[in-house]
Design a binder for this molecule. Structure first.
Ligand code: VGL
Ligand code: ZN
Length: 198
């Protein structure tokens, strides 16, 4: 077994004070750092949007942040502007042990498609390349931590399970947006996909 720790989006914009702050987002950083030594590989994701990204409410006339509209690939939540490439908000939390990471994979750079999952963009077709990286390194088991439980962690965990990886989500080292029942829906979806929730 080759076991990787996949750390999802521990970035300033998802921490208190950020543009899309997740309550308690900064509380998980020291626990994540402490886990890193136990894994064969540490992989980080970084949400990385161009200014004017199509998932931003500000890109749609009159649309309120957190409203939902139909995109060619299905319903899409319209977010406040966040994680703009090169911005402070897109940077990792200052205490995250980035030096331990073997890989930093960026996602959400395609202006027309959002990308919650570390493996596929929200069209569920366009790969990020992470699957190939994991397979060529012989990584077969993934433990996920990070932000947000109900969006990027959830989508990443479900995709990983569908791809055949053994997947565990450490919920104590994740925090949720919990928008409109999204946390419960995510937990149910992850369980059905065969993800171990611990
Ligand atoms: C995320 C919403 C938009 C996340 C990223 O990291 O969960 N959520 N972009
Ligand atoms: Zn985003």
């Amino acid at each position: 077994m080759t076991h990787a720790l996949l750390v999802i989006d521990v970035q300033n914009d998802f921490c208190p004070g950020g543009a899309l702050a997740v309550a308690g987002g900064d509380e998980i950083v020291s626990g994540i750092n402490a886990l890193m030594a136990d894994y064969d590989a540490v992989l980080l994701t970084q949400d990385w949007h161009p200014a004017g990204h199509s998932s931003f409410a500000s890109s749609h006339d009159g649309a309120a942040p957190m409203s939902v509209i139909d995109f060619p690939y299905g319903p899409q939540v319209l977010w406040p502007d966040h994680c703009i490439q090169g911005s402070h908000g897109a940077s990792f939390h200052k205490d995250l042990n980035v030096d331990r990471a073997d890989l930093i994979i960026r996602k959400g750079y395609n202006p027309d498609i959002d990308s919650y999952s570390a493996f596929f963009e929200n069209d569920h077709i366009t790969p990020t390349g992470l699957e190939g990286y994991c397979r060529t390194r012989g990584i077969d088991t993934l433990t996920l931590v990070g932000l947000a439980t109900d969006f990027c962690v959830n989508y990443s965990a479900v995709d990983a399970a569908k791809l055949g990886f053994n997947v565990t989500v450490r919920q104590d080292l994740c925090r949720a947006i919990d928008f409109d029942g999204s946390l419960k829906a995510a937990q149910d979806g992850m369980s059905s996909a065969g993800v171990t929730l611990s």
